[in-house]
Design a protein around this ligand. Sequence first.
Ligand SMILES: *Cc1c(COP(=O)(O)O)cnc(C)c1O
Length: 480
Amino acid sequence: MDAAEFRRRGKEMVDYAADYLENLEQRPVYPDVEPGYLRSLIPSEAPTEPESYEDLMKDVERVIMPGITHWHSPYFFAYYASASSYPAMLADMLCAAIGCIGFSWAASPACTELETVMLDWLGKMLQLPEHFIAGTQGHGGGVIQGTASEATLMSLLAARCKAVRRVQASNPEKSEGSILSELVAYTSEQAHSSVERAALIGGVMMRKVPTDSNYAVVGDDLKKMVEEDKAAGLIPFYFCATLGTTPSCAFDHITELGPLCNKENMWMHIDAAYAGSAFICPEFRPLLNGVEFADSFNFNPHKWLLVNFDCSALWVKKRTDIIGAFKMEPLYLKHENQESGLVTDYRHWQIPLGRRFRSLKMWFVFRLYGLSGMQAHIRKQVALAKEFESLVRADNRFEICAEVIMGLVCFRLKGANELNQNLLERITKSREIHLVPCQLSGRFVLRFAICSRMTESRHIQQAWRHITQMTFELLQEPNH
Ligand SMILES: *Cc1c(COP(=O)(O)O)cnc(C)c1O
């Protein structure tokens, strides 16, 4: 393909993408294929000779589309939102064209510098404390990670390194191995699985803190565990709080937990992967109070802030905590400006070396939507969730299982778990809408998350009609 053909095909591809998104609601949201479906549809070897573009694009419809779960369908209500916007898609094209690998300042100064400034812009939109903003007198700053899972892992590894150094400073005879075996991290029993996974990868013990009746961790419960563990000779070093848990969008009480962590010399990381985007709205910002006690804070603009995957924003209070934990300086990566103290080399802030120019997506979205456009997006989706909540509340066969604060409604049919499992099975098989379940207090619960930017009130009304129809059919069955 030469530049002339790229121009033509590129324009066609933009049309294909726009047609796909505009007509998405006509496609079944959930695919009707069996595992292994794809292998039989394409040759078992790569072609020896080049093929035509037309043939390739025909196969996109024949081979790929039947196996897509359409995350941006207005009838997709599973997991949490995954961001999609035209400005972000255009920025991704530009990112691919530039194609730089911005691991150090010198490897593409604009890639590093735009990222630092975009994280400052975003941090200011969230009214983060000054110490997280790079362009101030503080010692902190932001970085784009691929996912919240990586951000959590980075924070845990930085905390681990800091704890080992602190213990060794007062007990020089103690080996790193013996310190590691005494370290203990904490998180909510409602935390995302990636938090527990970070502890597994980091090779440290992690304990799950029980939650209150709202599925949130409160200060006293963490305090009790920390005291038990200290009495047993362990070293508490890390707590990962969640703002907006994955099962039910619950908020840990960080105004109590933060001071406790600070007092106990424990690193507090905040995982706000989904809910973080809403903190750009003043009415939701109080839920972030207590962030001033955190050592690191993370959320995913790629979930709810219109910046397509991948873009997970991580801020640290002290840059040196994270950089100091992972620094490696082979000669081929050195550059003349790095000793000046004026440059950031993001390779020290992350696990991989290579990194894409992801801040372009943020810049395009922030400028073309403006803060007001992004706030309008959040508010609209919260209003749709409230609309769905009222439909559920008006039907006394159903119950709401957790307070609806943002774009997630947890609900179930009153009665046995099995009944709800059967209902979800019917819904999934129908392929008209897509939901996933969660477990709350031992109960099987359906999660209805407002996900697509294209979801409107009529889709919510249609989804509820569909759910009540499936319920009607289920309750007609002889064994009920
Ligand atoms: C979605 C989610 C994650 C995982 O996000 P990734 O970016 O896919 O790693 C982590 N924590 C919470 C609370 C989430 O909702």
